[in-house]
Design a protein around this ligand. Structure first.
Ligand SMILES: C[S@@+](CC[C@H](N)C(=O)[O-])C[C@H]1O[C@@H](n2cnc3c(N)ncnc32)[C@H](O)[C@@H]1O
Length: 273
């Protein structure tokens, strides 16, 4: 059975490009021992943890899945108001999901960076089992309230950081809208690979990312406060998936009071193996 420790170790090792043999050699152990830790068959001796954490450039707390207390985020202030900051209209990718993988059988959706939960609650109302997480406590509180207004809809929410969270079960659909620019560029591939791993064969990823194009001026208010993706970068991380939609759009936006444009890459991809 997989353990949180095993998942974290595997993710961190892959992020750093280390082999099991490399870790084993540094700790004077066999590669099989590391493999067993990652597969949740055994746990390391507690006295090895500081050296393992140093090697993986992390802390023993992080290795054991003990997360820091999350601070307040800019979104907490935005989500405090009664009205829904992003409105209640579902994102259009929800309709791709409905069309491609209708909830005619039990299907589990994970909404990363779910904000105030409008998309997860919409999908739950359509018949999916939806789970959403976000870093903003106010967003999670709003999402839970929204779900409570639809008691027959199966939607659950919790607070987590997508940079650290390790999915604990398999999902049919991974959904993330307007969120992935918060992944640091150098960790995007490794982190998305971990999320890809938790999708069942035949499942979908429905994702969008803000990208930069040389002919579109940056927005006046620096609202993309994470990092833009390169045009096409998202698609390249799903090269061995089946693409149902792979699109780049340019759209107008008036946030901050000034008309400007954004470019977004949209991907709906199915896991084949
Ligand atoms: C532009 S909003 C999009 C919210 C929602 N997906 C929607 O479309 O309504 C970005 C969201 O990402 C969340 N976020 C930012 N960094 C995050 C992280 N590291 N882990 C989880 N959520 C994060 C923010 O709190 C915010 O709710």
């Amino acid at each position: 059975m997989k353990t949180q420790f095993g998942n974290i170790l595997l993710r961190r090792r892959k992020e750093l490009g280390f082999t099991q043999e490399y870790i084993a050699k540094a700790l004077h152990l066999s590669a099989q021992a590391i493999s067993k830790w990652e597969r949740g068959k055994t746990m390391p001796d507690i006295l090895l943890l500081p050296a393992l954490a140093d090697l993986l450039q992390t802390s023993t707390d992080e290795l054991l899945g003990h997360h820091r207390q999350y601070g307040k985020t800019v979104y907490d202030d935005r989500y405090k108001a009664d009205e829904f900051y992003w409105g209640l209209e579902p994102n259009e990718m929800c309709y791709d999901i409905l069309r491609l993988k209708p909830p005619s059988q039990r299907r589990l959706v994970l909404d990363m960076g779910c904000g105030e939960g409008k998309d997860a609650v919409f999908l739950a109302r359509c018949g999916y089992d939806a789970v959403g997480f976000d870093l903003a406590a106010e967003g999670i509180a709003k999402a839970k309230w929204l779900a409570s207004q639809h008691p027959t809809a199966a939607a659950e929410f919790f607070r987590a950081d997508m940079l650290e969270y390790v999915p604990q079960q398999e999902y049919d659909i991974l959904f993330a809208s307007g969120v992935l620019h918060y992944l640091p560029p150098e960790r995007r591939g490794a982190i998305l690979q971990e999320y890809q791993r938790c999708i069942r064969p035949g499942g979908l990823c429905a994702l969008n990312v803000f990208v930069q194009k040389p002919f579109i001026p940056p927005p006046p208010d620096e609202e993309i406060d994470g990092g833009y993706w390169r045009s096409g970068e998202l698609f390249s991380l799903f090269a061995d998936w089946k693409f149902h939609r792979c699109e780049e759009i340019i759209f107008d936006c008036v946030s901050g009071g000034t008309l400007h444009q954004h470019v977004m890459d949209i991907l709906i991809a199915e896991k084949i193996v």
